[in-house]
Design a protein around this ligand. Structure first.
Ligand SMILES: N[C@H](CCC[C@H](N)C(=O)O)C(=O)O
Length: 280
């Protein structure tokens, strides 16, 4: 098939190209060069990543693909285990297309099944699962000539969370922040810089693995909420409002150690792409 449908959506301005591929035969194993082209903000459509939509039992990446499997790719073409903003956009698409079925939608990801619910106010709530804090202690991230201690939080994907005095300190975040010890993140890492705004409110910036600085990172907001609650020695359940350049989300760290991410998601464009348009 030379042409295929695409849609565009975002969650707090973390934006994605959606590729409906119900039985997985339109794209086969998604080509990284196609992902890079689609995500190119000048020569392509432009996005932080791609969300391919496959029926859970038609994919071969994981054992349990849920109702629908979210095949997530970063804009550099790399694969990541999970995307907290993307999964809200993913379910928004399923709801709009009449494919969502009953609540909650069981979305398969490379980080396991995530249940997603559409709320009456149009926001979506994702059970993001449990955070893991693998250490080691003594991680330092460096950007713009500054260094900060950071905490490793695994949300299915890796995060390094650093408190800063001001969100301008990390500078333009064009390059991936450097971390030590190098072996702390052998597969790379998403780096979050955070400032506290109140007892249950923080604001953050993020340099995402495989995408660069983005306007928001859903798994990152969860990692930031965990580190912020631990810093304040808050007991679970605890809820944080997390401000991001693209808006804000709510993260609840439940008594059962699961994190719930609630935020907006919109699908705002659609089109048809012809492979003949791909550069030779
Ligand atoms: N860049 C991330 C994946 C996307 C995460 C982010 N967009 C989110 O909403 O969680 C990684 O390589 O782990």
């Amino acid at each position: 098939m030379t042409s295929f449908p695409w849609l565009k959506g975002h969650g707090t301005e973390n934006d994605f190209v959606l590729l409906p591929d119900p039985d997985g035969t339109i794209h086969g194993d998604l080509d990284a060069s196609l992902v890079r082209f689609l995500c190119d903000r000048y020569a392509g459509i432009g996005a932080d990543g791609v969300l391919r939509v496959i029926e859970g039992d038609k994919q071969s990446y994981v054992e349990d693909g849920g109702d629908w499997f979210m095949d997530y790719r970063n804009s550099d073409g790399s694969i990541a285990e999970m995307c907290g903003n993307g999964i809200r956009v993913f379910v928004r698409y399923l709801v709009d297309a009449g494919l969502a079925g009953d609540k909650p939608v069981r979305v398969g990801t490379r980080a396991g099944i995530k249940d997603v619910v559409l709320n009456d106010d149009g926001t979506l709530t994702v059970d993001m699962g449990e955070p893991v804090l693998p250490g080691p202690a003594g991680i330092v991230v460096e950007a713009n000539g500054h260094q900060w201690p950071a905490t490793h939080v695994d949300m299915g994907n890796p995060h390094a969370v650093a408190f800063v005095d001001d969100l301008s300190e990390p500078g333009h975040l064009v390059d991936q922040p450097v971390w030590t010890p190098a072996e702390a993140f052998p597969a790379g890492v998403n780096v979050e810089f955070v400032v506290r705004k109140g007892p249950n409110e923080v604001a953050m910036r993020v340099h995402e693995r495989g995408a660069g600085e983005t306007r928001s990172c859903g798994t990152g907001t969860c990692a930031v909420a965990v580190v912020s609650a631990r810093q304040a020695r808050q007991e679970r359940p605890v809820t944080y409002r997390v401000g991001v350049p693209g808006g804000s989300v709510t993260v609840t760290w439940r008594a059962d150690n699961h994190l719930e991410l609630t935020g907006p998601a919109v699908v705002h464009a659609r089109g048809e792409f012809d492979r003949a348009w791909l550069p030779a």
